[in-house]
Ligand binder design. Structure first.
Ligand code: DC
Length: 202
């Protein structure tokens, strides 16, 4: 039997951490759908056509260790606005969501477009400043040469593009539980997400 948890929200809100913890807690599979767009964006930065890159995405593309850079994040957000890129990635996400045993997918349009019938929907958010600070600490731990101001501008630019595009814009589904993690520890945020999944269980 399938059971889908859809977790959407803006950049660096804690979706990834929460999704992994929820998946581990319930023994569900987890798909970070941002990786699909990042892998496409990375191939575009290397000179490929966005639609051809999305259609030809290979498992190895998702395993690369250079998908978490600021440049790739921006490229991902740009290619994600192209309808044909999104269409090329839909089937994979839907079949992942409906696999037996349960699945958690995190992204921007999971509860609205990919899995409108998901059993549980969360929209994880936090203030711009909190999200930028988290992303700054993550990037500086990897020795990336960035400032707080740059990271804040970057996060805001990406969110504005992701929310304003015509194709599957980032928006909370009407039936999503909004989880603001600005003032929550990781453990507290994860506990709320797990409680939401338990409440939504059949
Ligand atoms: O979640 P992330 O930061 O790794 O996502 C990178 C970009 O990919 C994000 O700015 C927008 C795009 N994206 C999307 O449009 N739809 C998704 N389901 C996931 C990501």
């Amino acid at each position: 039997m399938s059971f889908t948890v859809a977790i959407d929200g803006p950049a660096a809100a804690g979706k990834g951490t929460i999704s992994k913890a929820v998946a581990a807690h319930f023994g569900f599979a987890h798909l970070d759908t941002g990786l699909l767009y990042r892998a496409t964006g990375r191939r575009v930065l290397a000179g490929e056509d966005p639609v051809a890159a999305a259609r030809d995405l290979q498992p190895d593309d998702l395993q690369r260790d250079d998908l978490r850079t600021a440049d790739v994040a921006q490229a991902a957000s740009r290619v994600a606005a192209i309808v044909e890129v999104r269409s090329a990635l839909v089937d994979f996400q839907i079949s992942f969501a409906r696999r037996a045993g349960g699945a958690v997918l995190d992204g921007r349009d999971i509860g609205t477009v990919i899995c409108p019938d998901a059993e549980v929907k969360l929209f994880v958010t936090a203030s711009d400043e909190v999200r930028a600070e988290r992303r700054y600490l993550e990037l500086s731990a990897k020795n990336a040469d960035v400032t707080r101001a740059q990271v804040l501008a970057d996060v805001r630019e990406r969110d504005a593009r992701d929310a304003a595009r015509d194709a599957a814009p980032m928006v909370a589904a009407q039936d999503a539980l909004v989880l603001d993690t600005s003032d929550l520890s990781i453990d507290a945020a994860v506990a709320r997400a797990i409680a939401a999944v338990e409440a939504g269980s059949p």
